[in-house]
Design a protein around this ligand. Structure first.
Ligand code: ZN
Length: 289
């Protein structure tokens, strides 16, 4: 029996959360300059000051396509790293997680990576006989071109976030297409550059019959980050993050968009409003208007 994964109809699309587990990361890094006395009320830390971050992936299904946005934490972290992040010793297998949600993983024909940090694309490939193989053999993969170039610059600040085995074999065999701002994956599904977290991360909009879903990835990792100034310490360009986040959240309020957040454990689908002080706040329920 498939488990019931949170799922929402949006025009001609059906959008399903595929949560590929949870990892725990230092709360100070997740909330940057925000004092712990404030963030700990929203997301309580464990005894090692870590807070939970889900690997949120979304399946977008239409008549013609099954599109997977993000592929989670994958199987390439060693046991020490997994323990440090409170991840289960055994890696999850994303195709199996998708199957448990009642969707045939073989049906995935398009995969989108918002950016190439390990926690967003490690399930692109699976370890196999000393190398790796595509986790979704019949899929075309899409990732931001400039992000891929940056990954190969190996900047000491963020090189640890990149594992080439997650994307290079797919670029080499022609399965991964590197794209620029505004790339339309299929009609209605578009990748948009949204700088701040890093230079070339993209958010993904899914539009059908006047309704919009937007996957915000690390632009807004969780509901605690709806506050534009609550910027993670790992964002490379924090001032730009504030600006980009404000721009996209305003669009979401104006259009009453359904939003997907990169790492929220409990609220995979949200809608937001601007409150009396023009701060962003959750609407009661994401699935009714
Ligand atoms: Zn992330």
């Amino acid at each position: 029996m498939p488990e019931s994964a949170p799922s929402v109809s949006l025009g001609d699309f059906e959008i399903t959360l595929i949560q590929d587990g949870v990892y725990w990361w230092d709360g100070g890094a997740v909330f940057g300059v925000v004092p712990k006395t404030l963030w700990n009320q929203k997301l309580p830390a464990d005894e090692l000051n870590r807070v939970p971050l889900a690997f949120n992936c979304y399946l977008v299904r239409t008549d013609g396509h099954t599109i997977l946005i993000e592929t989670g934490g994958g199987d390439k972290m060693d046991s020490r790293a997994r323990e440090r992040m409170r991840m289960p010793a055994e890696p999850s297998r994303l195709p199996e997680v998708i199957a448990r949600a009642g969707v045939d993983p073989e049906s995935v024909d398009l995969v989108i990576n918002s950016h190439l940090h390990w926690d967003h694309c490690s399930g692109n490939t699976v370890k196999c006989g000393g190398g790796v193989a595509a986790a979704f053999p019949r899929a075309r993969y899409f990732a931001p071109r400039a992000e891929w170039e940056h990954a190969h610059e190996r900047n000491p600040r963020d090189s640890v976030s990149y594992i080439d085995a997650n994307y290079d074999p797919l670029v080499e065999n022609g399965q991964m297409i590197l794209v620029d701002d505004g790339h339309v994956v299929v009609p209605g599904v578009t990748m948009h550059r949204a700088p701040g977290h890093n230079r070339d991360m993209m958010v993904v909009t899914v539009e059908s019959q006047g309704a919009t879903f937007c996957f915000l990835s690390d632009l807004v990792p969780g509901v605690a980050h709806l506050q534009p100034t609550w910027i993670p310490a790992f964002d490379l360009f924090p001032l730009e993050s504030i600006e980009t986040r404000t721009t996209w959240l305003r669009k979401a309020v104006e259009g009453d968009w359904l939003l997907g957040l990169g790492h929220d454990c409990g609220q995979p689908f949200v809608r937001i409003r601007a409150d009396e002080k023009q701060k962003f706040a959750l609407k009661q329920s994401a699935t009714d208007n």
